[in-house]
Design a protein. Structure first.
Length: 367
């Protein structure tokens, strides 16, 4: 029986070419092509499309029509940032349809799940909906309250309480994947604070002179990692989740920024010389100095020292385009290194974990 590959296209229809241009099925090399069952969650169209026994070819969508096309059933008026619903807009499909479908698949049947969308620390973005409780209070991303029924996006809360990937439901979801599945979230995870902490670590003086600065920076960085969707998905479901490193964005374009302070931006009609020009060839692994690929920000590896920090300090793996493998094992080991006195008892929510780590960091810094 053919293995299943799942592509998820976020809500921006003008980015529909991204899955076909940038997918890969191994972190660092190109496996021998083999036929798969491709399941494509086309959120702009509100449909799930399936091609059976398809030999995946990079660069363009399959020439043949899908074997089946089904409407995604869970469609709502999305929650807006002011707490109202978009009653004048279209009904939009929810991430719940993806969750429910994966949980129905046979154990060990899904070889890859790749989400091609924008993202933030709280998870991949489908429609950029907001979330409020029944009393009209905006939800904290790190609490374990129930989902807003008019929220359509991936959320950290999904792994907690009575939400759709908590407990036994989460185990159903995780069991659908092969032991070596490639789960990849292609969007940004780019709050600025964690990036500054990592740079403080890499720029600290060598030897014992820099020990205190490195310890403080590591504590601060891990506090942010603890509150990220990729790490929560990895730890709560015991899966490997490839995603942007916390603090950095990702770039799919042909102009790659190499100087944060320069204008005009690389997205402008006449970008300046600080934008590295790259061209799409479709070969994986790409030469990142020449080839266009959806890649982690140039600054992560080249200016900020992030790649070396992840491999040498956190002992994490990095793929050919600088996305990081999030795993509970390296996070636990790094946390023990940074906080030797932190108790190892389980926590109920990411907010609890973040609070405990931050409290320990504060105590060490005051000492």
């Amino acid at each position: 029986m053919a293995k299943i590959v799942v592509f998820v296209q976020g809500g921006k229809a003008n980015e529909a070419s991204h899955p076909w241009k940038f997918f890969h099925l191994h972190p660092t090399k190109e496996p021998t092509p083999e036929s798969v069952d491709l399941v494509y969650f086309d959120y702009p169209a509100g449909q799930r499309k399936t091609w059976k026994n398809l030999l995946l070819r990079r660069g363009e969508p399959p020439k043949q029509a899908p074997d089946t096309t089904e409407d995604l059933p869970t469609k709502v008026k999305i929650r807006l940032v002011d707490g109202t619903t978009d009653d004048d807009g279209p009904d939009r499909a929810s991430v719940l349809d993806l969750y429910d479908w994966v949980k129905l698949q046979a154990k060990g049947s899904i070889q890859s799940l790749q989400v091609f969308s924008h993202g933030w620390q709280g998870g991949p973005i489908i429609w950029n909906s907001s979330e409020f409780d029944p009393e009209g209070i905006q939800l904290d991303p790190l609490d374990n309250q129930a989902r807003d029924p008019n929220d359509t996006d991936f959320r950290i809360r999904d792994f907690y309480g009575t939400n759709p990937l908590a407990g036994a439901e989460g185990r159903k979801f995780a069991d659908a994947f092969t032991s070596d599945a490639l789960i990849k979230l292609w969007g940004c995870v780019a709050p600025p604070g964690p990036r500054a902490a990592l740079r403080r670590y890499t720029k600290a003086p060598s030897g014992t002179k820099g020990d205190q600065a490195r310890a403080s920076a590591l504590q601060q960085y891990l506090t942010s990692v603890a509150a990220s969707f990729p790490l929560q998905m990895a730890t709560q479901l015991n899966l490997s989740v490839w995603a942007s490193p916390v603090g950095w964005g990702s770039e799919p374009g042909t102009k790659v920024p190499t100087n944060r302070s320069s204008d005009p931006p690389c997205s402008s009609a006449n970008p300046a010389s600080h934008c590295m020009s790259v061209k799409y060839k479709g070969t994986f692994p790409p030469d990142l100095s020449k080839d266009q690929w959806w890649r982690v920000s140039w600054f992560f590896r080249n200016q900020d020292g992030g790649a070396r920090f992840y491999t040498d300090v956190l002992k994490a793996n990095i793929d050919a385009v600088d996305f990081v493998e999030h795993k509970g094992t390296w996070f636990e080991d790094a946390t023990k290194l940074a906080f030797p006195d932190l108790e190892s008892n389980a926590v109920d929510t990411p907010a609890d974990l973040q609070s405990r780590v931050q409290n320990q960091a504060d105590a060490l810094n005051l000492a």
